[in-house]
Design a protein around this ligand. Structure first.
Ligand code: SF4
Length: 364
């Protein structure tokens, strides 16, 4: 049943040198037209389902002024929310204030995801980002003091030239914040980004692997519940689990993606088209085989992997009739434990290779 929704707010105060997301420089005129059109897009598609997760991502949603945020939250009142609805908003420290956190709280936001990425000045400078560590501490304790205890921070690693020691210092800082969730990202030099155009060289695979290993060992007090995500018990991202469980969700806003019925879609990244209400950029009609492939790839990202029972309930086929996975089990790359088939944590780093091997064993 459809119970999740992603909303994209594309505005940012600064453009980061590695960023490949759909974003625009903050401009107050664009914001008001954008919110108006966003409202129409939601009204056009939303069928009144009760939502269990709403994720407001970007861009930088916190770059909106308090007045614009008030306007945005009034649009959100269109949605019916379940009593346990997880409402997440992304924020950056260059634009978040106590006043905005109060506003989030007032409008039912119960999870905030902050971008920290790194604590090192030279890396921040190369990223075109800023960060005041004292302000970070202050804001995180402010969130907790008003009762928003479900807090994620993003950590980026494998920045060209970054050392293991520098990464360790970032981890120490993040651990000192005592947040409930940490998402990690290995930097990828995407085409068309500033770093790519400046011909920055990626870090070696060997160092990347060591960095991942360091993260896993230093975050061992957290549950490593997905390849790149770590959480305190009970603080898994409900919204992201909906992606990994391959269930349907709405996607609204510039460049947003969604999954409805048999269709996976992405919206236009052109603000001109979006403001003209030409929302969709592309749609992929999924066959049952496509759905099964998504299911397997997405489920295997999590520590619980694939539930054979859920798989059967969704596709009326047994997992073992779709894939010959025994050789991967024998090699130890997959663990079969009762209802679950999963990649053990020690092989998370090789998950892409394991998934490719599994997909090659498809019997359909
Ligand atoms: S703040 Fe986020 S979305 Fe905006 S430019 Fe930086 S990485 Fe991209």
């Amino acid at each position: 049943m459809l119970s999740s929704c992603y909303i994209h707010i594309p505005f940012c105060k600064n453009i980061c040198s590695y960023c490949d997301f759909c974003k625009l420089f903050y401009n107050t005129e664009y914001v008001s037209s954008y919110l108006e059109v966003l409202k129409s897009e939601i009204q056009e598609s939303y069928q009144g389902e009760e939502l269990d997760t709403i994720y407001i991502g970007g861009g930088t949603p916190s770059s909106l002024s308090t007045l614009e945020l008030e306007n945005f939250f009034s649009i959100l009142s269109i949605f019916k929310k379940s009593s346990s609805c997880e409402v997440t908003i992304e924020a950056n420290f260059d634009s978040i204030t106590e006043e905005k956190i109060d506003l989030f709280k007032k409008y039912g936001v119960n999870r905030i995801s902050f971008g920290i990425e790194t604590t090192h000045d030279w890396i921040l400078k190369r990223m075109n980002r800023t960060l005041d560590l004292e302000y970070v501490r202050h804001i995180i304790s402010y969130c907790k003091s008003v009762g928003i205890t479900n807090i994620n921070v993003d950590l980026m690693y494998a920045f060209p030239g970054e050392t293991l020691k520098e990464l360790e210092e970032d981890i120490d800082f993040i651990l000192s914040l005592d947040v409930s969730h940490i998402s990690t990202y290995s930097l990828i030099l995407e085409e068309h980004t500033e770093l790519f155009l400046e011909k920055e060289k990626s870090i070696s695979e060997d160092i990347d692997a060591k960095m991942y290993e360091l993260i896993c060992s230093r975050l061992s007090d957290y549950t490593h519940y997905e390849i790149s995500n770590f959480s305190r018990e009970g603080y898994y991202s409900k919204h992201n689990l909906c992606y990994w469980n391959n269930v349907e969700y709405y996607g609204f806003g510039l460049g947003a993606s969604g999954y409805l019925g048999d269709i996976r879609y992405s919206n236009t990244r052109s603000i001109t088209h979006y403001l003209q209400k030409m929302f969709r950029y592309q749609e992929e009609k999924l066959s049952i085989y496509d759905k099964i492939e998504y299911e397997v790839i997405l489920n295997l990202r999590t520590k619980n992997g694939i539930s054979k029972k859920t798989f059967f309930n969704k596709y009326s086929m047994k997992l073992e009739d779709c894939y010959s996975y025994q050789s991967l089990v024998i090699d130890g790359y997959l663990i079969e434990d009762g209802d679950c088939l999963y990649i053990p944590e020690k092989y998370f780093y090789l998950s892409n290779e394991i998934m490719v091997r599994l997909l090659e064993e498809c019997k359909l």
